[in-house]
Write a protein that binds this ligand. Sequence first.
Ligand SMILES: Cc1cc2nc3c(=O)[nH]c(=O)nc-3n(C[C@H](O)[C@H](O)[C@H](O)COP(=O)(O)O)c2cc1C
Length: 222
Amino acid sequence: MKMKKFTAILLTAMMVLSLAACGGEHEAPDNTEPPRTGTGDTQTPDTTPEKAPSEPSEASEGGKRILVAYFSATNNTEGIAQKLAEGLGADIYEITPSEPYTNADLDYGNSKSRSSVEMDDPSARPEISGAVENMEQYDVVFIGYPIWWGEAPRIMSTFIESYDFSGKMLVAFCTSASSGFGRSDSALRSAASGATWLDGHRFSANASADDVMAWANGLGIN
Ligand SMILES: Cc1cc2nc3c(=O)[nH]c(=O)nc-3n(C[C@H](O)[C@H](O)[C@H](O)COP(=O)(O)O)c2cc1C
């Protein structure tokens, strides 16, 4: 009888111990990162922000998914866009004209150059090559462009009119030789009036990452 009781206690103890051990296999201790689901891999976490606009990154400010979309004819705005996207852990998308701008196209001293003709015509809509496939997944979109005759280039209107930005937060930034930001985003604001627009900002071409992030962090988007 005594022997049976001892065996029962021993068996119970063994079951409790084995259940505790099983639990330990599946529950991560409090001080470790939660396991990445679905991959089953053992790679170290990749801290590089995802850049492909077709697959929004997990990285975001305050849980917000952010896209930096920009057009840049001579790479000045591109430099600012890259600093911004890197600092925010945002995705980045280049607005690429179907027909690239040549130096002759950009000749603002020539009233017949492509850029002059486009800027003389508020209804001009230069075609864009490619698209952001998943715009609906972004909460905040930064929109970068060079100032052309005090305005955003017409291709920016093509971009804005291509998507539904309702309910999103939009904020423009630009580079210029000397002009201020002014009302350069006014046509864009009208075309996406269902969005919440924050005040935009003008950068010089050589603005530092610190300059760019001081502005971005002051916007209160997170
Ligand atoms: C057609 C055209 C018009 C421009 N108009 C202005 C202007 O009104 N004010 C200004 O300060 N800079 C003006 N610029 C200079 C650009 O805004 C400046 O070089 C900008 O940094 C270029 O950016 P990107 O390299 O991203 O294209 C103009 C440039 C071009 C090509």
